[in-house]
Structures are given as C-alpha cells and as structure tokens.
Design a protein around this ligand. Structure first.
Ligand SMILES: [Zn+2]
Length: 114
C-alpha cells in the first residue's frame, strides 16, 4: 500500500471524511511496518487500535498512536517526534503535524526497504 494518503492533510481533523481516509491509511501503514519488523527483526510489536478516531478520548488515540511510533523507531533506531500534542482546531498546526508524521512513516519504510 502507498503512504501517499498520509501526505493528504486532513481538514477538520477527527471529523471529516478526509480524516477517516487518513486514519485508515495510517493504521494500514502501521500494520505493514509491524509485519515487516516481525519478518526482518523477529520482533513482534504490539498493535493498538488507531482507526477510526474515537468519538471521545482523543487524547487516548494520540497516546496509542505514539506507542506505535515509539515502538517502530526503537527497533529501527530512528529519532521520532512527539505526536501527542496537537490542537486539532488549528489547521496550520495540523498541517505541520501531518507532514512530520508522513516523514516519520517514510523514514521507517526506507529503513525497512518496503
Ligand atoms: Zn503513524
């Protein structure tokens, strides 16, 4: 699967159809990365449900998602960002967050050769 959808910045994060497509792609990409890590490193990482966005406890979603990033970066030796702090009502902040997030997925895929 392509991670191109992750570069499409969601509008009205956590509510819009754009955001649903984004969370689906994000979740699918994390699954693919976890499978590649298991195949290449023999390490079975935890999975966390990050699709769809919850209707409540958005904070919990951010921390579950951060666990996915911290776990993959730990195995791959990559430096990661903090994706837990985001004001979803600030589109400029969302744009920056989404770009950083895309770059981190891309770095993991490059490290894994997938
Ligand atoms: Zn992610």
């Amino acid at each position: 699967m392509s991670i191109a959808n992750l570069i499409n910045v969601p509008r009205e994060f956590a509510q819009s159809p754009d955001a649903h497509a984004w969370t689906f792609s994000n979740s699918a990409d994390h699954d693919e990365i976890i499978q590649a890590i298991q195949a290449q490193y023999g390490i079975r990482l935890n999975t966390y449900i990050v699709d769809p966005f919850p209707t409540s406890d958005l904070t919990g979603w951010f921390f579950r998602h951060q666990n996915l990033h911290d776990d993959m970066n730990g195995v791959l030796g990559l430096t990661g960002s903090d994706f837990t702090d985001l004001d979803v009502s600030d589109q400029t902040e969302v744009n920056y967050w989404a770009l950083q997030h895309y770059q981190e997925h891309l770095a993991a895929r490059i490290a894994l050769g997938i």
